[in-house]
Design a protein around this ligand. Structure first.
Ligand code: HEC
Length: 142
């Protein structure tokens, strides 16, 4: 009788553990799918590209626990949760011209050349479409 009870408890625990394992696997599968979707977006390339946004020179974007972040900068706050902190319009403002939010900022204005002496290009670093692409990624970082 006791033996049967024990094995009943054991079985229940096993089943519980199985479901816990299954749900954690499911979570990471979702995370992997999310990350794959994110890194296939045009804005992701702009954020990483040293000749375009180059955001990761100053910012860290850590997606999951295991994702690599060694090559990313820690000069500026991490962007990993920035989609929960700001509205899409606020994020667009940060990227277009952060000086409107913080006049003393050290973040480059990607959509404006106002006040810049001797710019390397005759146009802003990113055009409107590229800024929108970047914002599409930022809003997903929650
Ligand atoms: C030269 C370094 C530098 C680069 C490159 C840079 N940023 Fe920043 N960024 C900063 C700094 C510094 C801050 C902190 C706020 C401040 O100083 O005004 C900041 C703040 C931000 C914020 C607000 C963060 C918060 O938590 O309040 C966002 C969003 C942001 N940056 C997005 C970007 C994106 C997207 C790019 C690339 C297109 C980028 N940054 C490139 C330096 C940089």
């Amino acid at each position: 009788m006791i033996k049967t009870n024990n094995s009943f408890i054991f079985n229940s625990l096993e089943i519980l553990m199985f479901f816990c394992l299954l749900s954690s696997m499911n979570l990471s599968a979702q995370q992997i799918e999310f990350e794959q979707r994110l890194i296939s977006m045009p804005g992701w390339k702009i954020i990483q590209d040293g000749r375009l946004g180059n955001c990761v020179t100053c910012h860290t974007i850590q997606l999951s626990e295991k994702s690599v972040k060694e090559k990313q900068g820690n000069f500026a706050p991490a962007l990993s949760k920035v989609g929960a902190k700001y509205t899409p319009d606020q994020l667009r403002q940060w990227v277009t011209d952060a000086r409107r939010i913080n006049p003393e900022t050290l973040m480059p204005p990607y959509g404006s050349q106002a006040g810049i002496n001797n710019p390397n290009f005759l146009k802003p670093l990113l055009d409107t479409q590229q800024i929108n692409d970047v914002v599409d990624v930022l809003v997903m970082l929650k």
